[in-house]
Design a protein around this ligand. Structure first.
Ligand code: HEC
Length: 161
């Protein structure tokens, strides 16, 4: 009985040691550390949603520097969407970004540069419509975006002092 135990332990130890030394195993483990992380489209959209809200409150408070910053971040987000998920479940995301949202981002940018609140409000509404147009054509019409009614965070000031 005792011997069987020892044999079992020995076998187990040997298999553990050999598993550890197996170069094939090391090869499959090693790339994990450098493996490139590809963000999912939903992971990219989350921050875009937050910045869409911040953009609104920046513009509503005539904080044009912040509005320009948030717009830039949104552009980067869509750039990532086009780069990492150019073809999301058969939807040509890169082309949709270019055709649906980029022209609207350009209109918002113009309004920010002009520091015109009236232009900004109109451009922001168009941008929001474009978010939904893309969701609809991608089969995600149930994700419906609107102009925010409250700042997304209470610990950030949107008004310029
Ligand atoms: C290129 C088309 C496209 C455009 C433009 C687009 N979206 Fe999306 N969005 C999607 C798709 C597709 C999904 C679903 C992604 C998934 O399931 O991984 C999504 C998902 C989302 C989600 C859900 C994320 C979650 O985890 O709940 C939000 C919020 C969102 N988008 C906000 C926005 C906002 C705000 C805009 C405009 C500023 C926008 N989207 C513009 C295609 C788009």
């Amino acid at each position: 009985m005792k011997n069987t135990h020892i044999t079992a332990i020995l076998l187990l130890t040997m298999s553990l040691v050999s598993a550890h030394a197996d170069p094939q195993d090391e090869a499959t483990k090693a790339p994990l550390a450098n493996e490139a992380y590809t963000p999912g489209l939903g992971d990219i959209m989350g921050p875009i949603q937050m910045r869409h809200a911040k953009l609104w409150f920046a513009g509503a408070n005539k904080n044009w520097a912040l509005a320009a910053y948030e717009l830039d971040e949104i552009k980067e987000g869509f750039g990532d969407a086009a780069r990492f998920q150019p073809d999301f479940k058969g939807r040509p995301v890169a082309k949709m970004v270019e055709g649906i949202i980029e022209p609207k981002l350009a209109v918002v940018e113009k309004a920010i540069v002009a520091k015109s609140q009236q232009q900004f409000t109109r451009a922001f509404n168009q941008l929001t419509k474009a978010c939904n147009a893309c969701h609809q054509s991608a089969g995600y019409g149930f994700i419906s975006i609107q102009r925010p009614t409250q700042p997304p965070y209470s610990n950030q000031r949107f008004k310029v002092e």
